[in-house]
Ligand binder design. Structure first.
Ligand code: ZN
Length: 167
């Protein structure tokens, strides 16, 4: 396994739409192992393939955030089937270090995907798990959590991020 470099905002790659995975071969399995290792090393609770430069619809996550009892979940071609309720919580992203902002998300979601054994899985998640799922699936469409902030907040933030880049 190998740790992969995580792309940082404003990399154009993390703004692109990822492609559906059509075959789960050995190469993809190795890539998934690398993604899992990268997520724990970061450390993060979730990672989407475009964050490490691969435009494939693959996400890995582990809300327990504990490499000692690692139970990483691998979702291939995940689709948000439904969402219910709204909850505002602070969120961050490995592509935008040192930034946490309150984001409104569904409280509960249902996600359909394939696991790494090509088995279809239906995942029901609430609270933190629901938030990670929504955040990571957004990545597959080139959407970042800062896009989900209010317009005023987003403008303020853009200025801050631009300034940080110059400094
Ligand atoms: Zn992220």
């Amino acid at each position: 396994m190998a740790k992969l470099p995580i792309l940082l905002y404003p990399s154009p790659v993390i703004r692109k739409k990822s492609l559906l995975v059509t075959s789960i071969d050995g190469q993809l399995q190795r890539f998934i192992d690398d993604m899992v290792e990268t997520m724990y090393a970061a450390p993060g609770m979730g990672l989407a393939a475009p964050q490490v430069g691969a435009l494939k619809r693959v996400i890995v996550l582990d809300p327990s955030h504990d490499p000692a009892h690692a139970r990483p979940q691998v979702l291939i071609n995940p689709v948000l089937v439904s969402g219910e309720g709204q909850v505002v919580e602070e969120e961050g992203c490995l592509c935008i270090p040192d930034l946490n902002e309150s984001v409104s998300r569904f409280k509960q979601v249902v996600v359909k995907a394939y696991d790494r054994n090509e088995k279809e899985v239906i995942l029901e998640g609430a609270d933190l798990l629901a938030r990670i799922l929504q955040h990571e699936i957004d990545h597959l469409d080139g959407v970042l959590f800062i896009d989900r902030l209010s317009t005023a907040k987003r403008l303020l933030l853009k200025r801050r991020l631009k300034k940080a880049k110059k400094d």
